[in-house]
Design a protein around this ligand. Structure first.
Ligand code: TYD
Ligand code: MG
Length: 458
């Protein structure tokens, strides 16, 4: 008889400790330690390990990607589903994760009629009737070879999987399934990690792609241990504002493609619709001829998107002015306001500043700097930015403008939407591809004062 050992594990980062702690020393979460029984590690069979090979002798099979039939999803995945990959889709409750995977399964079979085996959709949260109701709403015909299973025990799921040999598996969600091998509750760190590991081994061993749906904690991280993100090949976040119909699918980790790619969807009555031209959508309600709004050409991954940025600068009633931002980092904005004060000649000291990226996008790239600067200047001086002008460029601490990447793509996107002038860093102007014939006027500027003059026509 051996004594059952228990450890306390942090439910937010997976750190373990022999005794209970109020605050996790690793991630700083409070009251996150839960007691979990620890099993003895079973002996690992030796004969499964493979011998080392020279790199030259490793042959590459054709990396065949399965198109999901949803272009926006394909893009985020890096071109389609790689066989044997484990893909985690995280997001707030009700954002549309289950809808997305169900729609994906349906269009997958429409796109790839050669798939012989059916797909298996395992739901631990909803009954079969609820799934059927959603499928009806999404207009998924009964002809599609999608099998549904309402089950939470991993061992039972694997029984069915081994019999069925599905071509794709979806587990909705990883927090509801459990394995009998460990005694802790479903959703706990131990269970989530163990189940994900089992699924990973199965995916790699049988070349079956597996989609996991994951919940998100209040702080916005995928619930369960961080290790989950290390186990899977691809982590996609499905985000968006409840108040808006737009949903953005973002790759935060991808072993088979670029991260920072985004896919844009709109939640409609009949499910998620792809938005292939997000620039038009984000600019559709732009007010004309008012101060405090600028269109910025930003790039998400490899994709240029034109977004509207709004600013409101007003006299502060408090001693310390307020700076509130939605969609951009407030520290970056504080820094740019300091630059504006020092080199742009704007006295922002007693002014409250509010910034909003329209459409619920979150922008982190430095090329957005010039947009922030010109929008604030426009609101401060109560002068509208000239019509048909868009901007991009990184701002340095002494007010100088620095070149950014993908300048051609940004200019082309602006021209496509109907803009006639672009304000951009002068250094970008020199480096532009010679055989690009821009249909629009390009105004190269050296510092923010020049940029503000060009944008506001002063
Ligand atoms: P769901 O996929 O259940 O979200 P999750 O799995 O991420 O929790 O999406 C539920 C929300 O989407 C719900 O608020 C209703 C809405 N919805 C639509 O607007 N149209 C639709 O066609 C469907 C299926 C859902
Ligand atoms: Mg769901």
């Amino acid at each position: 008889m051996y004594k059952v050992k228990t450890v306390f594990e942090c439910q937010s980062c997976g750190a373990s400790s022999p005794k209970w702690l109020g605050k996790c020393p690793d991630c700083g979460a409070w009251n996150s330690f839960v007691e979990e029984k620890q099993e003895r590690v079973k002996a690992i069979k030796k004969d499964t390990s493979s011998a080392p090979q020279s790199l030259a002798s490793v042959t590459l099979e054709n990396e065949d990607r399965l198109s999901t039939g949803i272009e926006e999803l394909n893009r985020v995945l890096g071109g389609g589903i790689v066989s044997g990959s484990l893909i985690l889709i995280g997001g707030d409750p009700g954002i549309g994760k289950s809808t997305l995977v169900l729609q994906m399964l349906s269009s997958l079979f429409a796109e790839n009629p050669e798939l012989k085996n059916p797909a298996l959709y395992v739901s631990g949260e909803e009954s079969l009737k609820q799934i059927k109701l959603r499928a009806n709403r999404l207009n998924i015909s009964g002809q599609q070879p999608i099998h549904v299973l309402s089950e939470t025990c991993m061992e039972n799921i694997f029984d069915h999987v081994k019999r069925m040999k599905p071509s794709v598996i979806v587990i909705d969600s990883i927090q509801t399934v459990f394995t009998q091998e460990i005694p802790s509750a479903p959703g706990s760190v131990g269970q989530v990690r163990e189940c994900a590991l089992k699924l990973m081994l199965f995916a790699k061993g049988t070349d079956t792609p597996i989609f996991l749906v994951g919940h998100v904690t209040k702080e916005g991280a995928i619930a369960g241990p961080r290790v989950l993100e290390h186990i899977v090949d691809t982590v996609l976040y499905f985000e968006g504002d409840r108040g808006h119909a737009y949903r953005i699918l973002r790759a935060v980790k991808n072993r088979f493609g670029s991260t920072n790619e985004i896919g844009v969807f709109e939640m409609r009555d009949g499910g998620l619709a792809e938005i292939t031209n997000p620039s038009e959508l984000f600019l559709s309600e732009r007010p004309q001829n008012v101060s405090g709004t600028t269109v910025v050409a930003t790039v998400e991954g490899t994709r240029p998107i034109m977004v509207e940025l709004q600013a409101l600068v007003s006299q502060s009633t408090f001693g310390v002015p307020r700076r509130t931002t939605i969609g951009v980092d407030v520290n970056r904005v504080n820094l740019l306001i300091a630059v504006l004060e020092k080199t742009g000649g704007l006295h922002m000291g007693g002014m409250d500043t509010f910034l909003n990226v329209v459409g619920g996008l979150r922008i982190t790239e430095p090329a957005f700097d010039l947009g922030i600067v010109t929008t604030i200047a426009s609101s401060f001086r109560e002068l509208p930015i000239r019509e048909h002008v868009f901007v991009f460029g990184e701002v340095g601490l002494s007010g100088e403008l620095r070149g950014v990447s993908h300048a051609e793509a940004r200019i082309k996107e602006g021209a496509k939407i109907g803009f006639r002038e672009a304000i951009l860093p002068e250094s970008n102007l020199g480096r532009l591809n010679a055989n690009i014939k821009p249909e629009i006027k390009l105004i190269g500027v050296k510092d923010i004062s020049e940029a503000i003059k060009a944008a506001l026509d002063i």
